[in-house]
Design a protein around this ligand. Sequence first.
Ligand SMILES: NC(=O)c1ccc[n+]([C@@H]2O[C@H](COP(=O)([O-])OP(=O)(O)OC[C@H]3O[C@@H](n4cnc5c(N)ncnc54)[C@H](OP(=O)(O)O)[C@@H]3O)[C@@H](O)[C@H]2O)c1
Length: 289
Amino acid sequence: MTMILVTGATGNVGRPLIDLLVNEGAGVRAVSRDPGAAGLPAGVEVVAGDPSRPDTITAHLSGVTSVFLNPRAVGTAAGELVDLLKRHEVTRVVTVSAINCDDDPARQPSRYRGELNKEVEDAVVGSGLEWVSLRSSLYASNGIGQWAAQIRAGDVVFGPYAAATAAPIDERDIAAVGARALLGDGLLGRRVELTGPDRLTQREMVTTIGDAIGRSLRYQEIPPDGARNAIVGIGFPEGFADALLAMQAGSIERPAPVTGEVATILGRPALAYARWAADHAEAFQRSAA
Ligand SMILES: NC(=O)c1ccc[n+]([C@@H]2O[C@H](COP(=O)([O-])OP(=O)(O)OC[C@H]3O[C@@H](n4cnc5c(N)ncnc54)[C@H](OP(=O)(O)O)[C@@H]3O)[C@@H](O)[C@H]2O)c1
């Protein structure tokens, strides 16, 4: 049986990926820093490890043929981790990456949270192993962190750049493509650019969430300086705030791309933001506060 080691197993892509792999009958070994709290399905072997410290992964590679990497979990250890995989029986590595990973780092907020998508992708591409990189657009679930607290409190969402664009992708679609990349050969050697089906402005995303919860929500634009203070005030690094604002401003001048890769690969349309919002309505409803 195929044995797949999944890092970031408890994350946005990891959870739906594991459900799909289990349904397909693959063996899954899930890495978590806190296995007791992982809450993964029966049949998944959950092991303690931290991919940013590859020595904690070594013991879990026995019998593993494929590995799924989450750069957030890998941190700065990509080179060391890939070298470790090559010394074992691993033949394939699939990584999460980002559609903007070749952009100016000053417009990549994720880098300021230690998510080195480009470096992890480069390590995977240069590994000599079979590889696939899932370069995805903005995750739909970012909307929870960005807006849920405000939406639970009232009908006005304050934020910068109402006209900033993205083609938000439902993480279940990234997971579905990830399962194809791990279990089939059709995507090998590709940096696949994955997006949601539609380009939306921030104002439109908030309105869509409002439709899903039966409320009329309004996005009230605030100046970038005020937004920067607010982002830093809740604990994000200054570099993150600056890069997020620069990315959003840039997406007005150069609207976010929409690719048809999800539909082409999966043979069905990519999940719409409205569907994501309906499935996550609880996060935005007042009773969830
Ligand atoms: N959010 C977006 O819009 C977006 C868009 C494109 C690409 N990406 C990329 O997708 C990747 C995943 O991002 P995400 O925000 O969705 O994260 P996530 O997958 O929800 O990340 C959390 C996962 O990483 C694991 N992890 C291990 N070490 C960690 C650490 N030091 N800090 C936090 N988590 C750690 C956690 O496992 P345990 O806690 O169980 O150990 C958990 O499973 C990132 O590389 C990101 O840049 C994100």
